[in-house]
Ligand binder design. Sequence first.
Ligand code: OSB
Ligand code: MG
Length: 374
Amino acid sequence: MKIESIVLREIHMQLKSPFETSFGTVQDRRILLAEVIADGVSGWGEVTAGETPAYNSETTDTAWHVISDFMAPRLVGKTLARASDFPALMTQIRGHEMAKSGLENALWDVEARSKGVPLYKLLGGTLEEIACGVSLGIRENPQSLVKRVEQELRSGYQRIKLKIKPGKDVEYVAAVRKEFPSIRLSVDANSAYSLEDTAHLKKLDQFNLLMMEQPLSWDDIHGHSKLQAQIQTAICLDECIHNTRHALTAIELKACRIINIKLGRVSGHAEARTMQEACRQQNIPVWCGGMLESGVGRTHNIAMSTLPGFSLPGDVSASRRYWNEDIIEPEVEVTPHGTIRVPNTPGLGYQVRRDLVEKLTVRRNAWSARHAAS
Ligand code: OSB
Ligand code: MG
């Protein structure tokens, strides 16, 4: 694949309703889309960084900076045998996984389209239908949360995840569990607690949760190993795990029993694929996390979720839960039994709505091989 050009766009999209986590509330998303054109074929990737450095250290603006000033100039004009060669080109750039992922995943789409195969097959995926869960933001009171859960269950979703934070945890989980005694239920704290809260977190053991996601600090694998030894609920790590080495460290230290894989957090499909295989060999279930993505990021998540290690429902849900109008065609739809059928057409299997993307674009940067050294 000779990389002819790269286009980076920032688009603005408004979520249907505000989404609250322990680190803040978001409704107005600033999303970066990377489009890479090689041998006349175009592919798309999404940068899943947030607007603020609250989930991890990246933001929309840091990704704009490192892609524009370091990554795109390094990539344009190069010839790559395959998308999985991208990480080797970027070894001199530390961190910035979400920025890398946006570009790498666009290359995967290009490679799949050039070869005329669905992306999920190129990745080695085996499922034709994936299981879906939902992630529910923090609500003003337990009653409104229960109502929301009921709606999502009616839509068919197979697992409900509740965001929690100190002061909005046990009471909320208790209310949902009382109403729905046998559903697959989990919680996500996004690093809102410390080891001093161990006795408090132990109270959640009584609710038979599938998992408790990232209760402690975003970079504290050691602390999670101490906590896991003292609670029954399985810990799932999200923020802590940026690569397969982190995953193996966490597993060996018994810091978690489940891992959430997000393409952005782990720098793209190549690393995600290696990580899910390493976890599978250690009998650690993985599932696909979400970052309130537009259709581009969402469809990459769908392709990844077909890999054999993904044995639990992911936070991959329908476009219409997030957006009045998504930027892909068709939009992502969920079946009444809470699954997404994976398209068998080349690449992502969904078309990007260029007209709509143009309308939503607030800034744009482009690189072309003609002006670059190769
Ligand atoms: O921790 O999984 C998380 C959204 C933004 C930042 C972090 C997280 C989330 C979600 C939403 O849980 C998942 C989704 O529906 O996209
Ligand atoms: Mg999480």
